[in-house]
Design a protein around this ligand. Structure first.
Ligand code: SIN
Ligand code: FE2
Length: 219
């Protein structure tokens, strides 16, 4: 079933994408948009992780997050007892975050454009790794200075159930299955929509994981 809450299936901005599901005003799931690039993206993810290893941040309340994270780009998203923020350096190594691979920047810009957002210039890419028991509770992406720019979110590896809500935490949430290669773009009136990951689909392969790249214009 295609979740198409907001219709307008023939928007000109999206003509170059195979299938785009509207999930809110200014919010789209671009199905399979990154499909052909998955092996290259994975190689670039591995190279970033070799420089800035995945780690489980603590929430400001002191809980270990189940999703393992790292960053590349000019700034990276950090969480610890002091709160959520963006920083230029990896607190583990005190070194600048690895630079954003050209393949990442090109994909993020292309996806943003396909969803109607021109001139997207991401300076932050959060890399999330989900094992089967990992979840990301409902939240807003609101630590970025530039809320006029969209969020571009790329799925790799195991499929997952994405929670897509409204502008209030208590709004009804929709469950959207994200497959590898799917790209979700949200901005404009949906920029501060609540979202999360309810679950990652199981696999008999204990090594199997899901990766997610989230591109932002953070500062
Ligand atoms: C996020 O909200 O930062 C990530 C969402 C996802 O993993 O798809
Ligand atoms: Fe998020």
């Amino acid at each position: 079933m295609t979740l198409d809450l907001f219709g307008s299936a023939h928007d000109d901005a999206r003509d170059d994408t195979p299938q785009a599901d509207a999930i809110g005003p200014g919010a789209w799931v671009l199905r399979g948009f990154a499909q052909s690039e998955l092996p290259d993206l994975q190689a670039d993810i591995d190279a970033v992780i070799a420089q800035a290893p995945l780690r489980h941040w603590l929430t400001p309340g002191g809980k270990r997050m189940s999703v393992a994270m790292t960053n590349c780009g000019e700034v990276g998203w950090i969480s610890d007892r002091q709160g959520y923020r963006y920083g230029t350096h990896d607190p583990l190594s005190q070194r600048p975050w690895p630079s954003m691979p050209a393949s990442f920047v090109a994909l993020a810009r292309r996806a943003a454009k396909a969803a109607g957002y021109r001139d997207f210039a991401p300076d932050a890419c959060l890399i999330n790794r989900y094992t089967r028991d990992a979840r990301l509770t409902l939240h807003q992406d609101r630590d970025e200075r530039e809320l006029g720019a969209p969020i571009v979110s790329v799925s790799l590896g195991l499929p997952a159930t994405f929670l897509w809500g409204g502008l209030q935490r208590g709004d009804r949430t929709h469950r959207i299955r994200l497959a590898p290669g799917d790209v979700v773009v949200w901005g404009g009136p949906s920029r501060l929509a609540y979202h999360g990951i309810a679950s990652v689909e199981g696999s008999f392969d204990a090594q199997a994981v899901r990766y997610n790249l989230t591109f932002r214009q953070a500062r």
